[in-house]
Design a protein around this ligand. Structure first.
Ligand SMILES: [Zn+2]
Length: 349
């Protein structure tokens, strides 16, 4: 304690001499800053990561339309003309159709990809550009550490060397910046999730990229329970032809104490870890989110979503059990989000 005290007085003196105003100094190590951008790329995946030392990573580069240009413009707007790390989780178009353009436009330090190829023109183009740029693919496998400055970037999957389904080859990366952790999963399905759970690796993370755009092939209860994320991000297009996110996954997420943010509702989602806090910024206000739809009695201004204080279940107007809640057990909510925040679960009927 004495040593710390004298250390502090030394700092105060230095500040006075230098003519600075006094800045409170903590003897805690400085928290790491990291910003994770979940780009709204429609039906696809593209996540841009910035570290405190200016290091950059792009995790997947796929989506709708001219997604390569969208990604490059976004990164350039942030003031970068290069990428330290590019990871393509697996060779499906919705994860890599923008990759050739990104490689053409930005200087890329290293490219990771699972040990699997695909017989598409897109994959051929990808390999062609890599050759032109003198880059070789680094095979991504569980256990590899990606050099990423002060941020620990560890590849947790793929664990096996072969899979029947391309989705399970998806590269899984865990980023750790101080106390802050992010788990990025590509399109892993139940099989790969189970492998991760059996591997006994720490999965608990502040932020989870919900695997496979919220498909019911993925996000098993055991996996979600183990990761137990504060924020669950789903990258997808609204009204996509797959019906993502699937109802089962949405229900599992509702039961979990996690904030679900979808790119189809919030646009690009940016999460920053700074001074032990997670700051969330979104491109849109999410008002089109089902959970934010207001249900209000136009005459009284009262919310119409009926919560049962006893069972902690909420019923939507028109629901089968809406009228069976006893008066003295009723609590009213305006939006589903309000009800969920208060610890209520949606009635199945
Ligand atoms: Zn996908």
């Amino acid at each position: 304690m004495k040593r710390i005290k004298s250390f502090f007085s030394f700092l105060v003196v230095v500040f006075l001499v230098a003519g600075c105003t006094y800045i409170p100094v903590s003897n805690e190590p400085m928290a790491e800053n990291m910003t994770v951008h979940f780009l709204d790329v429609g039906q696809g995946n593209a996540i841009f990561v910035e570290g405190p030392e200016g290091q950059t990573m792009l995790f997947d580069a796929g989506g709708d339309g001219d997604v390569g240009k969208q990604i490059v413009d976004y990164i350039k707007k942030r003031g970068y003309d290069s990428l330290d790390i590019m990871i393509i989780t697996h060779p499906h178009a919705d994860h890599m159709n923008g990759a050739p353009y990104v490689l053409e436009q930005l200087r890329v330090g290293a490219v990771y990809h699972p040990k699997v190829t695909h017989t598409t023109k897109l994959f051929e183009d990808f390999v062609e550009v890599l050759k032109k740029k003198n880059l070789s693919l680094i095979p991504a496998q569980a256990g590899i550490d990606i050099p990423f400055g002060k941020i620990q970037a560890k590849i947790l999957g793929p664990i096996s060397s072969t899979y029947e389904n391309l989705n399970n080859y998806s590269v899984v990366v865990r980023l750790d910046a101080g106390e802050f952790s992010v788990l990025l999963t590509g399109d892993i399905e139940a099989l790969a999730e189970e492998e991760l759970l059996k591997g006994g690796i720490e999965l608990q993370s502040d932020i989870l990229q919900i695997p496979h755009h919220g498909s019911n092939t993925s996000s098993t209860q055991a996996f979600l329970d183990d990761v137990n994320p504060k924020y669950s991000i789903i990258s997808l297009a609204s009204d996509n032809k797959y019906g993502h996110p699937h109802t089962e996954v949405q229900e599992r997420l509702l039961a979990l104490d996690t904030e679900v943010l979808r790119t189809d509702e919030y646009g690009t989602i940016v999460l920053t870890y700074k001074e032990d806090q997670i700051l969330v910024k979104t491109e849109k206000d999410g008002k089109n989110s089902e959970l934010n739809q207001p249900y209000i009695d136009p005459n009284t201004g009262q919310g119409l979503i009926k919560g049962n204080k006893n069972s902690k279940i909420y019923h939507m107007p028109g629901g089968a059990n809406y009228n069976s809640v006893q008066d003295n057990n009723i609590i009213w909510f305006t939006t589903e989000r309000e009800a969920i925040k208060a610890g209520y679960r949606k009635s199945k009927r």
